[in-house]
Design a protein. Structure first.
Lengths: 140, 140
């Protein structure tokens, strides 16, 4: 069921990596954060707890698979996982590889800028995304 | 296993509401956010995906129970859930009742201040926490 005017009902919310019947995985295309993906639940659901238990588990299994792929392929300092949805209340999980050299570390990506990230380091992360995404595609 | 110097191995990280063998629920005591709780995993684990599947499910069951209690008792505009851990890499989930009148809405609680929240509204939320916490205590 689509919600009229919802940005995540009307559009993918990023570059689609995996489209499954109940969810999609998109690359967020957020400048400065090449290892930033989103798991978007297909149905317009507001809160995570509104999913039935089996769907919650499926959803978190995808989030965990993305986190594992980020850890394996990018060796980040930390992975951040969040379902906020204040601006777009359609269930989506942010799964973000964070590096101690990135523009906002150790703050949240929604917090203030701390430094300019080295473009070469950002490019090196981006270069590893095709293999990471192949891995995820093979898993689902 | 405790990690020397880890703030969440050394201290509860808030006012303890429920202490279970594998996790604890604490009230975060963050000014401006009375409906802010944390589910802290007892063992020092860095990333959510490092938990075995049964522990991941137990952990998310607690997160979901807290979210449901926030929705039922506080009627927030939105609930925010996040496991970041950049500053304190010991697995903990933030579960936060957000209101369209709070100081940071619709931004993340880690983003910039947008307004001063009405102290009476904050007090009205705080007044509902004892019943909310009794409900959670009865559940676990």
């Amino acid at each position: 069921m689509k919600q009229p005017g919802c940005p995540l009902c009307d559009a993918p919310g990023g570059r689609v990596v995996v489209q499954a019947p109940r969810w999609r995985l998109v690359h967020a295309q957020e400048p400065g954060f090449p290892g930033f993906y989103r798991v978007v639940w297909e149905q317009h659901v507001r809160e995570f707890s509104q999913l039935v238990p089996a769907d919650r588990q499926s959803c978190m299994d995808v989030v965990v698979a993305v986190e594992e792929a980020l850890l394996r392929h990018l060796q980040p300092t930390k992975v951040n996982i969040a379902a906020l949805g204040n601006a777009v209340p359609h269930l989506h999980w942010h799964v973000i590889a964070r590096f101690d050299w990135d523009s906002h570390f150790p703050g949240a990506v929604w917090a203030g800028v701390q430094r300019t990230a080295d473009p070469q380091k950002l490019e090196a992360v981006s270069a590893r995304l095709p293999a990471l995404e192949q891995d995820l595609l093979a898993r689902f």
